[in-house]
Ligand binder design. Structure first.
Ligand code: FNR
Length: 365
């Protein structure tokens, strides 16, 4: 039977009721709450669960304070942070959605102001902090980058532990999917890409060296994450830097199989972010979907594939599942425009039977 947008998807032993996922989207809304979730986070995630999405994922949630992109990012580096998210996960689950968390570390791209304040690098003493990466080479901003230091092997072990601790807390908070963020030029991607990883120790150099730390993180998360619950990994399938030695789709395919062996159930296929010289081919409809398909065709394991980028219509989301190009349609900005994307999709695709409208809203759908 051909799967469609409303066919449940079982990963690990968890059933996701449909194939729509709310893509992780930073809300930069902790204000002075130091990484603690606020009412804004509750409404952002809760309303999209009311809207019927099968998976509702948090924004990039920092596993340690220096891994935040901006000072206002969400974090999960203490039990208090986990407690602040528990009400949200309970509500999301009550609506029939699967609550998911993206575990993240921004690496050398940490310590910037939020987009609506310029997204500029922040210096220590001016709201920012010292950042870390595979080397001490800073991100090439036009303005001065915050001080950047190369991680020692001890730092690597500590951050790996922070990911595992964060996953443990996320489970306590009620999340049912943990996604490891290894995309968009943040810390784990910085280790994967030869553009940013010029280390000469066992965590750099050839493919094996560059994938070592990200794979260790996936294994560490998988170890603490219950085996009946899925682990996702978001990658950038390509650096979009054809003019230099960089991370490519071919390497992503090899990495996806290795990530699956390390415990990943789904690869969430995004692109870019490691260097400002990147050449984005087009930002039109479905602009990244082809990479998901390339991974799907290239991987040897049976790891599931999530596609993201420019999915804005129910027909598009439905056809990519029907045609077998991806198992999950991951929808970002369209969910900001329409929190009820999945309810509207069910109407437009004549599948009202497939999604339960909350009784409070039935007179409108
Ligand atoms: C994002 N994106 C993003 N990605 C990610 O992995 N973690 C994150 O926290 C964020 N934050 C974020 C905030 C905002 C406001 C936007 C618009 C985007 C990227 C996002 O998840 C998605 O991959 C892209 O937006 C492309 O998908 P759409 O928007 O074309 O469906």
């Amino acid at each position: 039977m051909t799967a469609d947008l409303f066919t449940p998807l079982t990963l690990a032993e968890t059933e996701i009721p449909n194939r729509v996922m709310v893509s992780p989207m930073c809300q930069y809304s902790c204000e002075d709450r130091d990484g603690l979730a606020t009412d804004w986070h509750f409404q952002h995630l809760a309303s999209r669960a009311v809207g019927g999405a099968g998976v509702v994922m948090t924004e990039a949630t920092a596993v340690e304070p220096r891994g935040r992109i901006s000072p206002e990012d969400l974090g999960i580096w203490s039990d208090e942070h986990a407690d602040a998210l528990a009400e949200t996960t309970a509500f999301v689950r009550d609506q029939g959605s699967v609550p998911a968390i993206q575990l993240a570390h921004a690496g050398r791209k940490a310590s910037t102001s939020r987009p609506w304040e310029g997204h500029d690098p922040l210096q220590p003493g001016d709201g920012g902090w010292e950042v870390v990466g595979p080397t001490d080479e800073p991100y090439p901003y036009e303005a001065d980058a915050p001080p950047t230091s190369a991680m020692t092997t001890e730092d690597i072990a500590d951050v790996r532990e922070s990911f595992a601790d964060a996953a443990r807390r996320a489970r306590d908070a009620g999340f049912e999917i943990a996604e490891v963020h290894a995309a968009h030029g943040y810390l784990l991607h910085e280790f994967l890409s030869p553009v940013t990883n010029t280390r000469e120790d066992e965590y750099g150099g050839d493919f094996e060296g560059r994938v070592r730390f990200p794979l260790e993180v996936i294994e560490a998360v998988r170890e603490v994450w219950p085996s009946d619950l899925p682990v996702f990994v978001r990658i950038s399938a390509t650096d979009w830097l054809p003019d230099r030695e960089s991370w490519t789709v071919e390497q992503s395919i090899r990495f996806a199989d290795r990530a699956a062996a390390a415990g990943a159930d789904l690869i969430d296929v995004s692109c870019g972010g490691v260097h400002p010289d990147q050449e984005v081919p087009s930002a039109g409809p479905g602009y990244q979907i082809r990479y998901g398909r390339q991974l799907r065709e290239g991987v040897e394991s049976d790891v599931a594939i999530g596609a993201v980028g420019g999915i804005t219509t129910p027909e598009q989301a439905d056809s990519l599942v029907r045609n077998g190009r991806a198992d999950l349609a991951i929808v970002g900005r369209e969910h900001l425009r329409d929190p009820y994307f999945t309810l509207h999709a069910a109407q437009q695709l004549d599948r009202e039977d497939a999604v339960e409208v909350p009784p409070q809203y039935r007179r409108a759908f």
